[in-house]
Design a protein. Structure first.
Length: 255
């Protein structure tokens, strides 16, 4: 079995593969002050919950955009899973070519999503990952990563609205029945949500315009599902795209 782990700014997602089948996945909050033992206990509990022993795990592959926790997290893998984790980073085989000014600037999460989208869906693709930040990345049919853009995620936008004003409260992110709202809470929710849908649609159209191609639009990330349900601009929502990319990168290391 293969343990695939993506460490993001908000959440750590963990998947367990039996060959090509994702048999379980878990999510925990990213917190800088956890020790290797705390991470280890959590991982072992996840495995036990799926009736899997640590000895069943053949390998572990990790992508991370949070350097501060990597020392304790990788030590937890060594101590509790007894494996040396494969870390997605410069020099690792991915099967795609990074065609931007400085390839080392591209976050591991963006590379993993690009690999997953290219090898699972093929063609000219725009991948949108709705996470702490929302990233847009263009991969052409030849497997060349040609760049993209980065926006503040919807949660950051929501926090900025309440933190930056004297009277506006924190609100739950969700669509409202109407955009013409008669109270402050729904007014904020409508503005945040439908504003984000509009931003997404505009950026997609600009990518298609500049690429001069009818791109396939693939969305992933925690808030990707709800956004994709409210726009026809997104073709596919794939909650497991990052896991798929990690598994594909892992397989390329043994070839």
């Amino acid at each position: 079995m293969l343990l695939v782990i993506d460490i993001g700014n908000t959440n750590i997602t963990i998947g367990i593969y039996k060959q090509e089948e994702l048999v379980a996945n878990y999510r925990l909050t990213t917190w800088f002050k956890r020790t290797s033992d705390e991470y280890g206990f959590m991982i072992i509990n996840f495995l036990n919950n799926s009736n899997i022993e640590a000895s069943d795990i053949k390998d572990v592959i990790v992508s991370s955009v949070v350097p501060k926790i990597m020392h304790s997290f990788t030590n937890s893998i060594r101590k509790y899973i007894h494996k040396e984790p494969i870390i997605v980073g410069p020099g690792i085989k991915t099967g795609i070519s990074i065609k931007i000014d400085n390839p080392r600037e591209v976050g591991a999460d963006r590379i993993v999503d690009a690999v997953g989208a290219h090898y699972v869906y093929g063609g000219d693709i725009l991948v949108i990952d709705f996470g702490t930040a929302t990233t847009f990345e263009y991969i052409n049919a030849k497997g060349e990563y040609l760049g993209g853009c980065i926006c503040a995620g919807m949660e950051i936008t929501t926090q900025a609205l309440s933190n930056g004003t004297a009277k506006l409260p924190e609100v739950e992110i969700k669509p409202t029945p109407h955009i013409l709202c008669s109270n402050t809470i729904q007014g904020m929710q409508a503005g945040i949500f439908y504003g984000y849908v509009g931003q997404t649609e505009y950026i997609i159209n600009k990518f298609k315009e500049e690429a001069k191609k009818d791109l396939k639009i693939i969305a992933t990330g925690g808030l990707g599902r709800i956004i994709s349900e409210h726009t026809s601009s997104i073709d596919i929502y794939d909650a497991d795209l990052t896991f798929k990319g990690l598994r594909l990168i892992y397989e390329k290391q043994s070839k």
